[in-house]
Design a protein around this ligand. Sequence first.
Ligand code: IVH
Length: 715
Amino acid sequence: MPDQDSIQHRISTLTAWLHHLNHQYYQQDTSEVTDQEFDQLLAELQALEKEHPDLALPNSPTQRVGGTITKQFATAPHRYPMLSLGNTYSEADLRDFDERVRKGLEGAEFAYVCEMKFDGVAMSLTYEQGQLTQGVTRGDGTRGDIVTSNVRTIKNLPLHLRAAGPAQPPEFEVRGEIFLPLPVFDDLNKEREQNGEALLANPRNAASGTLKLQDSAVVAARRLRFFAYSFLSPERNVFPTHSAALEALKAWGLPVSDTWRRCTTLAEVLDFIHHWEKKRFELPVATDGIVIKVDDFQQQEALGFTAKSPRWAIAYKYPAEAARTRLNSIQYQVGRTGAVTPVAMLTPVPLAGTVVKRASVHNANQIAALDLRLGDMVFVEKGGEIIPKITGVDLTARPADSQPIRYPTECPACGTPLLRPEGEAHFRCPNDEACPPQLKAKLEHYVSRKALNIDGLGAETVGRFAELGLVRTPADIYDLTVEKLTGLERLGEKSIQNLINGIEASKQVPFDRVLFGLGIRYVGETVAEKLAAHYRTMDAMVAASAAELAAVPEVGGVIAESLAAWATHESNRQLIERLRAAGVQLALTGEAPQAVSDRLAGLTFVLSGVFEQHSRDELQHLITQNGGKITGSISKKLSYLVAGDKMGPAKREKATELKVPIISEVDLLAMIPSSTEFNVADEALEAGNASRPEAAPEAFPATASGRPGQQASLF
Ligand code: IVH
């Protein structure tokens, strides 16, 4: 048995080594170990820290995988207010700005630093003795949310600074932008599209939404990144200039985009602006302009601030990129969940770094609102500079023979009359059991990497099998044999064997991924994980009512309705039986969390509002662990409404009217054995951690640590 000292020593060595490897990987684009070696080191450190939590170092690299749950973010004041920048859109405005600076500095010589204006979320980081101690959002500029545990999961953000470059003040603040890299954003949206979920409008919203998630393990899987752009310190004169500060931040291991330049004349500033106008689209981060800052800190101080923004800096915003081209036709695509999406087919036109041939028009309402006609000259913009969309019609150029667009009333693929569910913008093909593109997309989803991940059976192959009529549903995959596949074009003996082996191996894929693979509308990866953890078996899940499903953490009413409807379909029941017969995992293996008591047996609860001592997830666990049941709505039969802070008045009124007792979190905790409280919290955390590794998005194959593959190291 090794003694405490040698364990402590091993923990410090591993911690330092992993910090060093992270720096190499994210800041220098190299690595002296393989991803697998990195994962082994991390796993060793995780194991040691678990066994000896008291010996773990603050800011250990293991914190990057997340796992902390924050019920409600506390706020902190900003030591220096977080202001915004004055915006300009024209060179004339920039000349005025330059004039004002020149005048303010009474003719003294000065220089500017030009930087990209990153389109993300502003973040204030505090470092004390080289350690990251706090991350706070901008909030209202004077106070922001403390999101430290989420910030710690950002892989290119050092938790611990290097002792290189100029001396570090004991405490200082770094400001910068947190953003979702564009390829990650694209992946996320592709995934949402496949799951029939609403698309994220732009990477900025996606980043800001991610930062506010309560579960930092989910944040870790989202792959946010950071760029530093300001240094602030109570000690004056640490650096003479902003450019010196940027160099120091970089030397200390903070990610500083190499795009910045020092410019000594306005002409150089304009050159910088022109240089990046098109080139910025090659960067893996969304940018919407250039920030121009006076370089010298004393001169900054002399220029001072207006009420809202500094007089020593300005943002030049690029105009939204638009192009004009012809709308030739509309194609109607049928997605996995039957949603019909119109896609505009355009005469190819260059726009914001790519050639645009297709654009989204969202839905029928949009076509009507724009009064689009075939043959029109249309304006195309990149929404959040990513997905091109039609924003208008050049009516002056409308050809006399332009054709109105007739939105189909029948599915373009199978001829079934389309439906438009109330409140939805999309028409849908309801023929989910036979519509060919829906079946094909469902199969592609089933075999995809994050679902069953069947080796040798990719989207293309399964799509071909579907077209050939070899498979219709996921269950048919398990009826494939060497004989059935022999003789197919482009499928040799070896590929067939591979495929059959892959299908066999997929029978070991855990239940949550099978559930995700079934492609039930709104049941994405996280929801599937939560459902599997809650019900543990497919049978228990399909037996649950919509109200019971809605009460599972992360499963709201819409998801519950969709799932309950899915479960009632005879064809889905048959699918389940055939998958079961094939040996596919329809239950979680391993130990189920033990019931702790039956104190709440026979009782039903609705939780509402924000709770003080536990998150809602934790309270739900507590209730079920003690034999109680959670339901989604208030009825006469309900035993208790547990009221937290900010519970809506409607719920209270309804409960009072139906004479349902309203109790507090404290009352609830008093009803159960006190020892459960701690078990539950620990378990919830462990479940979060254990289920994460495979949750990383697709383009960067993630290893257990969440490190993307080498080829994709963007920052
Ligand atoms: S300096 C006084 N530099 O732009 C404000 N801001 O309106 C000093 N931003 O929300 C900010 N890139 O998050 C600065 N290179 C950059 C920036 C940048 C993006 C954002 C910032 C803030 C907004 C300012």
